[in-house]
Design a protein around this ligand. Structure first.
Ligand SMILES: Nc1nc2c(c(=O)[nH]1)N[C@H]1C(S)=C(S)[C@@H](COP(=O)(O)OP(=O)(O)OC[C@H]3O[C@@H](n4cnc5c(=O)[nH]c(N)nc54)[C@H](O)[C@@H]3O)O[C@H]1N2
Ligand SMILES: Nc1nc2c(c(=O)[nH]1)N[C@H]1C(S)=C(S)[C@@H](COP(=O)(O)OP(=O)(O)OC[C@H]3O[C@@H](n4cnc5c(=O)[nH]c(N)nc54)[C@H](O)[C@@H]3O)O[C@H]1N2
Ligand code: SF4
Ligand SMILES: [Mo]
Length: 723
C-alpha cells in the first residue's frame, strides 16, 4: 500500500465521529413516506442521508424527492429569524419586535377597517394540529370570517363531489392494500407514477394479478405507460367522457340493479338524461372513438370488481365537481363501492391534503368536517372553544376570492402560513397586484418565497425535521410525524407562532398550548361526533399501531379501513347520483383564431408545487433546472418552433417564456407546461380567474394560448399561421 493510500484509509476510519438518526415523514406528497435523516459528524463537515422507514402505506419506499428533502431543509437560504421590511429591504429582528409589529398593525386594521378586513390563508402542508389551530385563530383570536387555504386549488372538486354523492369526503374509500386485488382500474387525470411514485407498486401488483388498467389523460406519461388502454382525450372533456361510459354501461345492461335499488337515489334521472344524448356527441367532445369508449366501458362493467381514481387532471377544471360526480355515477351504477377491492380514490396531493381539509381552514368549515352555517355545529364548537356561539364569525369566501377582496380593498391585512400564492394561484399578475395593495402582509415560511418578498414581515417556520404532529395521508390514515431535530436559530413551529400571536392580541387563554399533542387532544374533542371523527385517535395509539384510518369515534375503536359497506353518509344512508352536463355551466376556454392551442399544466417527478423547496435541492435541480413547454413536433413545426429554443406562450391574461420541448407524447392541439418555476416562467400568469361555480376550483387544466418564437432581444418574431 502506498503512503497516500494508507493516509486515505486512516482518515476514513477516523472520519465518522458521531451519528444521529432523526425520525420524520417526507415533507412533500400525500404518501407521507416515513423516513430517517442520518446525520454524521465527520472531521471537517457533516454528512446527511435520508433513508426510508417501514410503514403500512409505503413499506419503506422513498422517491427521489423524499431522498433529497433534507437538501432544502438544511439549505443556507433558510430564514432563521423574523425579517421586517425596512425601506424595501428585509432586516432581521427579534421575536419581541415582530410580535409588537403584528399587534400594532392588526389592531390598527381592525379599528380602521373592521374585523373582516383581516384574512388568513393556510395550507395543507401544515400538520392537523396547525391547520386546526389556524382555523381557531381566525375565528377566536381575529374574529374574522376570512380564512381559506391552498387546498381550494387542489382537493375542492373531489371533496365537493364526494360530499354531494356519498355525504362525506375521505379521499380513499378503501386502503391501498386492496388495489392489487381489484380487476379493473380507471385512472382519470392522475399521474401517479410521477406524483405519488411510492404508490405505484400497488398498481403494478394489480397488473401482475391480471387487472386491466385504463388511463385517461391528454398526454402520455409514466402512468399511462403502465395502462392497458390509454384514452387520450381532449383536455377538459372528462365530464362528457364519464357520461359516455355510463351511457354505454346502461345500454349494455352492465349495471347492478339490485345495488342501485337498495342503496342509490337519483339513478332514473341520470338514465333519462343519458338516453337523451348521443354517443356521437361524446365522440366529438372528447375526440375519442366509439370503439375506445365501448372497450373501456365494457371491461369495467364486466369485471366483478373495479376501482376509480381521480386526480387534478379532471378536477382542476371549471366543471371539476361535475366530472368527479360523473365518475362516481359509474361506480354507483355498477355497484363497485362499499365492498372488497371496489371503491373510489381521490388522490390527495399535499402531505396533509386530507387532514387539512377537515378541521376548519376552509371558509365554510369548522373542525371535524362541521359546517360553520349549521346551528348545532356552531354550538358544539363554541362550547369546545369556550366562546359564545354568536361571536363565531360566519362563512367567508374562497382562496382566489380573498385576493379579489384584497384588490378591491375590503381585505386590507393578510396572514399567509405555508403557501406561495403568487406562484400557485391563477392569474398571478393580478394576485401579485392584490397583495401589494394590502396594508399588511405577514408570511410564515422557511424561505423568502415570491410571496414572502411582498410581505412587511416574514416569520421563520420549522421544517418537517423539527416539527412534530399528525398528518392524514392519501388513504385517510392519520400518521404521527415524530420530528425532533433541534430548531435552528430563532425558528419556531407554526403552532407556536399562532399561540404567540394570539397572546399579543389578548387571546392567549384560548391558545395556551405547550406541545403539539395538547393541540391534538383538543382537536380530538372538537372533531368528536363530526364526520371526520378523530376522537378515538391518540398519540399513544398512533405510535403503537403505526397509523389509524378515520372515522375513529372511541378510544377502543380500531379505525375504519373500508367505508360505506352498509350505508352511505347521507341522512337516509343512500348515495346520490346526479345528471351532469356534458359541457360546463361556465363555458371553458376553447381554441380560437387568436388562441389556437390548449395549454394544460401540472407536475414533473423531480419538482414540487411552486418549487420553493425543491429548487433548493441540487439533486433535484440537476434533473430539471428550468421550465419547458411540451409540444407535438407537428404543431411546433407549424409555428416554426425549434426543439430546445425559447418560446413565448401567451393567453388573454399574460405571457411567459419557456424552453420548447418537442414530444410525441402530447396531443397535437395541446401543450403542457409544469408550474414549478417563477417569474417569466410562472405558468400561472396564463391561467384565468374562471372558477368552478360549486367549489371555486380554478381551471388550471385548460387554458387557450398561442405560441411563438421568443427572441433574445425581447422583440418576438410572431408566426401565427391561423390568423
Ligand atoms: N413530483 C410531484 N409530485 C407531486 C406534486 C408535485 O408538485 N410534484 N404535487 C402534489 C400535489 S399537491 C398534488 S395535488 C398531486 C397532483 O397529482 P396529479 O393530479 O396526478 O398531477 P398533475 O400533473 O397536476 O395532473 C395529472 C395529469 O392530468 C393530466 N391532465 C391534464 N389535463 C387533463 C384533462 O383535461 N383531463 C384528464 N383526464 N387529464 C388531464 C396531465 O397531463 C397530468 O398527467 O401531486 C402531488 N405529488
Ligand atoms: N398552474 C397550476 N397551478 C397550480 C396547480 C396546477 O396543477 N397547475 N396545482 C395547485 C395545487 S394542487 C396546489 S396544492 C397548490 C400549492 O400551492 P402552494 O401552497 O403555493 O405551494 P408550495 O410550493 O407548497 O408552497 C408552500 C410554501 O410554504 C413553505 N413551507 C414549506 N413547509 C412549511 C412549513 O412547515 N411551514 C411554513 N410556514 N411554511 C412552509 C414553502 O417554502 C413554500 O414557500 O398549487 C396549485 N397551483
Ligand atoms: S414525495 Fe411523496 S412518494 Fe416521494 S418520498 Fe415524499 S411522500 Fe414519498
Ligand atoms: Mo395539490
Amino acid at each position: 500500500m502506498t503512503e497516500l493510500m494508507l493516509k486515505y484509509f486512516r482518515t476514513k476510519q477516523q472520519e465518522v465521529q458521531s451519528q444521529k438518526v432523526y425520525d420524520t415523514q417526507c415533507p412533500f406528497c400525500s404518501m407521507q413516506c416515513k423516513m430517517q435523516l442520518i446525520e454524521q459528524r465527520v472531521v471537517s463537515r457533516r454528512n446527511y442521508k435520508t433513508v426510508g422507514k417501514d410503514n403500512p402505506t409505503t413499506n419503506g419506499r422513498l422517491c427521489i424527492k423524499g431522498m433529497s428533502a433534507h437538501q432544502h431543509a438544511l439549505h443556507h437560504e433558510r430564514i432563521k429569524q423574523p425579517m421586517l421590511k425596512v425601506d424595501g429591504e428585509f432586516v432581521p429582528i427579534t421575536w419581541k419586535k415582530a410580535l409588537g409589529h403584528i399587534r400594532e398593525k392588526y389592531t390598527a386594521i381592525q379599528r380602521e377597517d373592521g374585523l373582516d378586513a383581516l384574512s388568513v390563508y393556510g395550507s395543507a402542508s401544515l400538520t392537523n394540529e396547525e391547520a386546526y389551530l389556524l382555523g381557531k385563530f381566525a375565528r377566536v383570536a381575529l374574529k374574522t370570517k376570512h380564512i381559506d387555504y391552498n387546498g381550494r386549488l387542489c382537493m375542492a372538486s373531489a371533496a365537493t363531489g364526494a360530499n354531494q354523492t356519498f355525504g362525506m369526503d375521505r379521499g380513499f374509500t378503501n386502503t391501498l392494500q386492496e388495489v392489487p386485488y381489484t380487476r379493473c382500474i380507471i385512472l382519470a387525470g392522475t399521474n401517479l407514477a410521477e406524483c405519488q411514485p411510492t404508490a405505484m407498486p400497488y398498481f403494478e401488483k394489480a397488473k401482475e394479478n391480471g387487472a386491466f388498467i385504463i388511463a385517461i389523460d391528454p398526454r402520455e406519461t409514466a402512468t399511462t405507460k403502465a395502462a392497458d388502454l390509454h384514452l387520450k382525450n381532449k383536455p377538459g372533456t372528462d365530464a362528457a367522457l364519464a357520461n359516455g361510459l355510463l351511457k354505454i354501461l346502461i345500454e349494455e345492461q352492465m349495471i347492478d340493479q339490485s345495488f342501485i335499488q337498495k342503496r342509490v337515489n337519483g339513478f332514473e334521472e341520470v338514465r333519462e338524461y343519458l338516453s337523451s344524448i348521443e354517443i356521437e356527441e361524446i365522440e366529438s367532445i372528447t375526440d375519442l372513438s366509439k370503439e375506445e369508449l365501448y372497450q373501456a366501458a365494457s371491461i369495467f362493467g364486466q369485471e366483478e370488481s373495479g376501482m376509480i381514481f381521480t386526480a387534478r387532471g379532471i378536477e382542476q377544471q371549471t366543471d371539476g365537481t361535475a366530472a368527479v360526480r360523473g365518475f362516481l355515477n359509474i361506480l354507483l351504477a355498477t355497484g363497485k363501492i362499499g365492498k372488497a377491492n371496489s371503491g373510489y380514490g381521490a388522490i390527495t396531493g399535499q402531505g396533509n391534503g386530507q387532514g387539512a381539509r377537515e378541521h376548519g381552514q376552509k371558509a365554510d368549515q369548522l373542525p371535524g368536517y362541521r359546517s360553520i352555517e349549521k346551528e348545532e355545529d356552531r354550538a358544539y364548537i363554541s362550547k369546545v372553544w369556550g366562546v359564545e356561539e354568536k361571536d363565531l364569525p360566519g362563512k367567508g369566501v374562497s382562496a382566489y376570492e380573498m385576493f379579489e377582496k384584497a384588490y378591491e380593498g375590503t381585505i386590507s391585512g393578510m396572514f399567509i402560513m405555508c403557501s406561495n400564492p403568487v406562484v400557485s394561484h391563477p392569474n398571478s399578475n393580478f394576485v401579485e397586484k392584490a397583495l401589494k395593495n394590502l396594508k399588511s402582509l405577514i408570511v410564515v415560511d422557511m424561505f423568502i418565497s415570491e410571496t414572502a418578498k411582498l410581505a412587511d414581515l416574514i416569520l421563520p417556520a420549522s421544517s418537517y425535521l423539527e416539527d412534530q404532529g399528525t398528518m392524514t395521508n392519501v388513504e385517510g390514515r392519520v400518521t404521527l410525524r415524530e420530528a425532533n431535530r433541534p430548531l435552528p436559530g430563532n425558528v419556531k413551529h407554526d403552532w407556536q407562532i399562532i399561540c404567540d400571536m394570539a397572546k399579543v392580541l389578548g387571546k392567549g387563554d384560548y391558545f395556551s398550548f405547550t406541545t403539539a399533542e395538547e393541540i391534538f387532544d383538543e382537536l380530538r374533542v372538537a372533531s368528536r361526533g363530526g364526520k371526520a371523527d378523530y376522537f378515538g385517535i391518540t398519540y399513544e395509539k398512533l405510535r403503537k399501531e403505526d397509523g389509524i384510518l378515520w372515522p375513529c369515534p372511541s378510544v377502543e375503536h380500531r379505525g375504519t379501513k373500508r367505508l360505506f359497506e352498509d350505508s352511505f353518509a347521507h341522512k337516509d344512508g343512500r348515495a346520490k347520483m346526479a345528471a351532469i352536463s356534458n359541457l360546463p355551466r361556465v363555458p371553458k376556454q376553447s381554441q380560437s383564431k387568436k388562441y389556437p392551442l390548449l395549454l394544460t399544466t401540472g407536475r414533473v417527478m423531480s419538482q414540487y408545487l411552486t418549487g420553493e423547496q425543491t429548487r433548493k435541492s441540487s439533486t433535484l435541480v440537476a434533473r430539471n433546472f428550468e421550465s419547458f413547454m411540451e409540444i407535438h413536433p407537428h404543431t411546433a413545426k407549424k409555428y416554426q418552433l425549434e426543439d430546445h429554443s425559447v418560446v413565448k406562450v401567451e393567453s388573454k391574461t399574460g405571457h411567459i417564456k419557456v424552453r420548447c420541448k418537442w414530444s410525441m407524447k402530447t396531443r397535437k392541439d395541446t401543450v403542457f407546461v409544469p408550474f414549478h418555476w417563477v417569474g417569466t416562467q410562472n405558468v400561472n400568469k396564463l391561467v384565468s380567474d374562471d372558477l368552478d361555480p360549486s367549489c371555486k376550483m380554478p381551471g388550471f387544466k385548460v387554458i387557450a394560448v398561442r405560441v411563438s418564437k421568443a427572441s433574445s432581444d425581447g422583440n418576438e418574431e410572431m408566426v401565427y399561421p391561423d390568423e
